[in-house]
Design a protein around this ligand. Structure first.
Ligand SMILES: Nc1nc2c(ncn2[C@@H]2O[C@H](COP(=O)(O)OP(=O)(O)OP(=O)(O)O)[C@@H](O)[C@H]2O)c(=O)[nH]1
Ligand SMILES: [Mg+2]
Length: 302
């Protein structure tokens, strides 16, 4: 995992810490570095920004005699990467849900959106499981009324963790299912409603419109975008489109356990300016980790 990115940064640190370089050399090395980033799913825009920041910091770097140039340069890379990645602690979300619970203003509503097969349904259940562990009462709305077997899949997973679901027939209005769930959650004293939706591609305007309608009708407290870390630059474009259509608050990146190149984490943050809250690390319902800058930095600069 992340081997390519790690190599790109390690090479760069070595180049800059062992040689006295002319401006031309610096530019050439940074150009090669950008290509390596791009080969590891970092978008060109994000790669440009990272190189620009590194260049700026290198220019103002003064290395005192006898000090360790290598670790100073390594520190620059860490600072640059930290400034591009956006993290948020799940605690913030837990606290927002608990605050709404205390104010008796009805359940906290979270709308999950994302492309086909990105991992929405699994992630909804993983997060509901976490909420349960936090002492909250979650309910799940089966608002994917579109894909064959979507409702059965969600119900079977929710049953494993003992979380209640609300569903209607296939083909029914996903917004109506969500409203139904919110009403029964309110009546039953549930604290949070997680709305699972059908996967859609960023080019399918009808489905994107439908997603907008679900948002308009349910007025969610948060919208979580579930993206596939393996989808590379496609994931970035998708996130951008979803963000412009519905507005995203948090990102979950799934399939981090697979052979991800890792760049999409950097690119998505850069493209939409929203934080990653969790990463999915497997198909099991406990395979979810809070996302932190340290997670990435430790793996890239260990
Ligand atoms: N390895 C791995 N597999 C995952 C992860 N998250 C989800 N999956 C798998 O990815 C596949 C698709 O997951 P779903 O949760 O059904 O994805 P979805 O976005 O709901 O799919 P649609 O409803 O068809 O759009 C399933 O086989 C999941 O088990 C993850 O973090 N790691
Ligand atoms: Mg699904």
């Amino acid at each position: 995992m992340l081997e390519g990115l790690r190599k790109a940064f390690t090479n760069l640190i070595e180049h800059f810490s062992t040689t006295q370089l002319s401006d031309k050399d610096v530019h050439q090395i940074l150009d090669e570095f950008k290509l390596e980033l791009a080969a590891n799913d970092v978008s060109m825009e994000a790669a440009d920004r990272i190189s620009e920041l590194i260049d700026e910091k290198l220019r103002s770097l003064r290395v005192p005699r006898f000090s360790d140039r290598y670790s100073m340069i390594r520190q620059i890379m860490i600072e640059v990467l930290s400034s591009v990645i956006i993290e948020i602690s799940p605690e913030i979300l837990f606290m927002a849900i608990k605050a709404k619970k205390l104010s008796n203003a009805g359940p906290y509503v979270i709308l999950f959106v994302g492309p086909n097969g990105g991992g929405k349904t699994t992630t909804v259940v993983k997060i509901a499981n976490l909420f349960k562990k936090e002492g909250l009462k979650p309910m799940i709305a089966c608002s994917d009324t579109f894909r064959a077997a979507a409702i059965e899949q969600l119900k079977a997973l929710a049953e494993k963790i003992g979380v209640k679901t609300v569903s209607q027939e296939y083909g029914s209005d996903p917004a109506a299912v969500a409203v139904d769930a919110i009403n029964s959650a309110r009546a039953g004293g549930f604290h949070v409603v997680l709305i699972d939706t059908a996967g859609r591609t960023e080019v399918d305007k009808n489905l994107l419109e439908e997603m907008r309608k679900i948002k308009r009708v349910t007025m969610p407290d948060s919208v979580i975008y579930v993206g596939d870390s393996l989808a590379g630059n496609v994931a970035v474009e998708q996130a951008r489109q979803f963000h412009s259509y519905v507005g995203i608050d948090y990102v979950v990146l799934t399939k981090f356990d697979s052979d991800t190149r890792g760049g999409s984490a950097i690119s998505i943050c850069h493209a939409i300016g929203k934080p990653i809250i969790f990463i999915g690390t497997g198909q099991g319902l406990d395979d979810l980790l809070p996302f932190t800058k340290e997670f990435l930095i430790n793996r890239l600069f260990a």
